[in-house]
Design a protein around this ligand. Structure first.
Ligand code: HH2
Length: 280
């Protein structure tokens, strides 16, 4: 379904023609699947180039792990990790650069360095200044749903109406973002697979993803290597590629516009093939 054009600072992405792949670059020592691999800025930059060659349409840089139970990282440390990489990649790459942070201070600094998109897993809930910082920089914003915080989110999450609660939260936060002056065509929504969800919740979200189309915003989804895939297949984190691809296929078929993934090459091929079948 076409929802027009996505405006991300320096870039315009035409939605509905093809599915976009967002490559994950975790500049952290402890991310759940790639922690420690790209802490060195040189290696991080090199890997981002590789992901673009393999078909990434956007790069998402993260300086704090948000895996279940993770503790917050101080602003100074998060900036120390991400800033050199953001500075280099905004110059060297011709794809939008996203930064995965829920802290307004981090967002402000990376936007000043030319980042195009803030991926806020807190969905404007964890830092009251985030909306105005993104608005001021005329950047894009991902609003993600999470129940609780990374430290608490997997403590027995329950829902009376899973899709209803996610929809209501995203609708409210989209309104907040627009009231703060963020360009309505710069906002994406994400139901937050694995963030305060039991395995079955994640499967229902993938099955009923189309319901989020009611919001009229592009849908981003991040199934990559997550625990619910391990739960279904009985496989460890390094062995979840096929499960991730299956989730990507279901998500594209059910209306996702952007897939956030570690394994760019196979996912890029998968979405190209699916887009061809759909005739988009
Ligand atoms: N998942 C993770 C991190 N950021 N952002 C969005 N919008 N959607 C997601 O599903 C999402 C996200 C978790 O994955 P990863 O970055 O690999 O792990 P970690 O948080 O341990 O760094």
């Amino acid at each position: 379904m076409s929802v027009g054009t996505l405006h991300l600072n320096r870039f315009r992405l035409e939605l509905g023609r093809r599915t976009f792949v967002m490559g994950v670059l975790n500049v952290t020592p402890d991310s759940f699947s790639d922690g420690g691999l790209f802490l060195d800025p040189g290696r991080a930059v090199e890997y981002a180039h590789r992901m673009v060659e393999e078909g990434a349409d956007l790069i998402d840089i993260g300086g704090e792990s948000t895996r279940p139970g993770a503790l917050p990282v101080p602003v100074e440390e998060e900036l120390r990790r991400v800033l050199p990489v953001v500075r280099t990649l905004t110059k060297e790459l011709s794809v939008p650069i996203s930064v995965d942070t829920y802290k307004a201070e981090v967002a402000e600094a990376v936007l000043a360095c030319g980042a195009d998109l803030i991926n806020d897993i807190g969905g404007l809930r964890l830092d009251p200044r985030m909306a105005s910082v993104v608005a001021k920089a005329r950047a894009g914003l991902v609003i993600m749903h999470m129940k609780g915080t990374p430290r608490t989110m997997q403590h027995n999450p329950t829902y009376e109406d899973l899709m209803g609660e996610i929809l209501a939260f995203l609708k409210r936060q989209v309104e907040r973002a627009e009231e703060a002056g963020i360009d309505p065509s710069a906002i994406l929504v994400d139901p937050g697979l694995g963030f305060g969800k039991r395995p079955e919740h994640n499967l229902i979200i993938l099955q009923r993803l189309k319901e989020l189309q009611l919001l009229g915003k592009p849908i981003l989804i991040g199934p990559s290597r997550k625990a619910f895939i391990g739960h279904v297949l009985g496989l460890p984190v390094e062995d979840r590629l096929e499960g991730t691809l299956a989730c990507g296929a279901a998500a594209v078929w059910n209306g996702a516009h952007v897939i956030r993934v570690h394994d760019v090459k196979p996912m890029a091929r998968l979405v190209r093939m699916l887009d061809a079948i759909r005739g988009t």
